[in-house]
Ligand binder design. Structure first.
Ligand SMILES: [Mg+2]
Length: 265
């Protein structure tokens, strides 16, 4: 059976842009098998080219076009669902490279649609009030993801989800999110690989965002026991007889080639 792979980057391939043991060899081995692949990350602070360069320094041979950031997925989503709309983006970091097909405007008052990216210094009272004003009058708002926190070198920081929930409560309207764990993002990724979700295996260290999110979109979910992995969270999940659990669990990416051989030959 033909199948494809979706790799989470952080905590699976690298931590702080240093390769995890055996990860680069595993990715190279799977490349030799010519399995279609893409790399799926909720990162909004780096462009695809920057991520490809950082992965290259860590020993992975990955091209920018193989990387799907939340910004790129959002651009694909807008092209499919809201073509030709004028879009204002509130995001901390460079996104223009990954949103080339989107008609970006500088003023929220001129936008047909608003995109919330990753939170940061640009999420000011003024900017969020402008989003609120447009949202109240019915302008659709799309979020690149709805993560509550992100880890920085100084520790955990609040992310877009915190603002997003406040805006939803204040306006009584919903914001659609595209990045992990939204099924929208996973389906777009499968479409870009020209594969059905049932033919795609997602590998990640975040049980909720990567694995259960993928499974909810009908992909196969593989959990790795690296970085964010927590044994107690897994046991908690396994206690519920009818609840969702990962399709497969492996110690690290180094064990993925053997698992795939077992599953697909
Ligand atoms: Mg991860």
């Amino acid at each position: 059976m033909s199948y494809g792979l979706l790799f989470d980057i952080d905590g699976v391939m690298v931590t702080s842009w240093q390769a995890l043991p055996g990860a680069a060899d595993a990715v190279a081995e799977l490349a030799r098998r010519e399995i279609p692949r893409m790399f799926l990350t909720n990162t909004t602070s780096r462009s695809r080219a920057e991520i490809a360069a950082a992965l290259g320094e860590a020993g992975f041979d990955v091209g920018p076009k193989e990387i799907l950031t939340a910004a790129k997925l959002t651009a694909e989503y807008l092209a499919a669902q809201h073509p030709g709309k004028k879009v204002w983006v509130l995001n901390q970091g460079p996104i223009a490279d990954d949103m080339t097909r989107v008609d970006l405007v500088d003023d929220p008052r001129q936008a047909d649609l608003i995109v919330l990216g990753g939170a940061g210094a640009v999420f000011t009272h003024e900017a969020l009030s402008a989003v609120f004003e447009r949202m109240v009058t019915g302008t659709p708002v799309v979020a690149m993801h709805r993560s509550m926190t992100w880890s920085t070198s100084r520790g955990l920081s609040i992310d877009t989800g915190v603002y997003l929930e406040g805006l939803e409560k204040a306006t009584g309207r919903k914001i659609k999110a595209v990045g992990k764990p939204s099924p929208r993002g996973f389906r777009i990724a499968c479409d870009l690989m020209d594969l059905d979700p049932a033919q795609v295996v997602m590998v990640g260290d975040d049980m909720h965002n990567d694995v259960l999110g993928a499974q909810a979109a009908a992909l196969t979910g593989v959990l790795v026991r690296t970085w964010k992995f927590r044994e107690d969270a897994l046991r908690q999940l396994q206690r519920d007889e009818f609840g969702p659990v990962p399709d497969h669990i492996i110690d690290s990416l180094a064990d993925l080639p053997a698992l795939l051989t077992e599953l697909y030959g």
